[in-house]
Design a protein around this ligand. Structure first.
Ligand code: PAF
Length: 289
């Protein structure tokens, strides 16, 4: 696997591949790679000729300096894991490469970015994500970009972004990887103490309870209440547990499918997210090409 640090070098490699008629797949990450990221690389590997991965801890999407400072960084380990999963090219820029002196542009995706994670983390979070993802997509120019369904609202924001800007890229959402007991994989799980780790299973239990209630004919609001009760029984108070439209994140009315159940909760020192698509889809893909 080749590593490049500048957009100029990145474009040279991608241009050569494109001239040879290759399909380009792109996996944007902030590093600290785990099995969830590797599943994105493998999905890109299966469908593309050149697989590009970026590792960039994007400062503009953090609203707390301490969180940014504490974010795990180990580029050598990330490079080994990415290469092992089948990546061909690693883009590893410095902050100055992505945000040159005088940088003054922000991309803000209204609507879908505002509730849930937008409300919890502040508007700057999804503005930072949208801005860096747009820059990365413009720099790489991939045919397809791969995102984890675990960050479902991010997928919806990025999908809206590429539709609105007319970026010629297919957005592929890859299903969430789970531990054998159901916990969604996340870089943050490593910060869970053993008792927290057990309590963290409340998120999946809450989602499953909502899915069961919906399958039994409950309306979305009653199903949400059933799920909240299950989480509280397990000692976890959700910040939210809602049934939404997966594209807009507006509250789902009725039981029309597809539907997305989203939740977030603090467990010990860690804020965890999870979601469930109903019906479960193996791979969601939005083509804009
Ligand atoms: O999901 C992430 O790791 C980040 O939000 C992303 C998409 C790489 C943008 O920095």
């Amino acid at each position: 696997m080749q590593t490049v640090h500048t957009v100029h070098a990145l474009r040279e490699v991608v241009a050569t591949a494109r001239a040879a008629g290759q399909r380009i797949g792109f996996v944007p990450t902030m590093g600290a790679l785990h099995e969830g990221h590797l599943s994105l690389i493998r999905a890109a590997r299966a469908a593309c000729d050149l697989v590009v991965i970026s590792v960039f801890v994007n400062p503009t999407q953090f609203n707390e300096a301490a969180d940014l400072a504490a974010y795990p960084r180990d580029p050598a380990r990330d490079a080994d894991l990415a290469a092992g999963a089948g990546a061909d090219l690693l883009f590893l820029p410095e902050v100055e490469e992505m945000y040159p002196d005088g940088f003054a542009t922000t991309i803000s995706v209204r609507g879908v970015s505002e509730p849930f994670e937008g409300a919890q983390r502040g508007a700057t979070h999804f503005d930072g994500v949208a801005t860096v993802v747009a820059k990365l997509l413009i720099a790489v120019g991939p045919d397809a970009a791969y995102f984890g369904q675990k960050d479902a609202q991010q997928v919806a924001v990025v999908t809206r972004l590429v539709l609105d800007l007319g970026l010629p890229v297919e957005i592929v959402a890859v299903p969430t990887m789970r531990e054998p007991d159901g916990l969604a994989m996340s870089s943050r799980n490593t910060r869970l103490a053993p008792t927290d780790r057990h309590q963290a299973l409340a998120l999946k239990a809450g989602l499953d309870a909502v899915a069961t209630a919906l399958a039994e004919g409950a309306d979305p609001r009653s199903a949400e209440r059933a799920g909240v009760a299950v989480m509280r029984e397990r000692g976890v108070d959700p910040e939210y547990l809602d049934v939404v439209n997966p594209a807009t994140f507006a509250p789902a009315e009725g039981t029309n499918t597809p539907t997305l159940v989203v939740t977030a909760a603090r467990v010990g020192p860690v804020r965890l997210l999870d979601n469930l698509l109903i019906p479960p889809t193996t791979l969601i893909s939005e083509k804009n090409v």
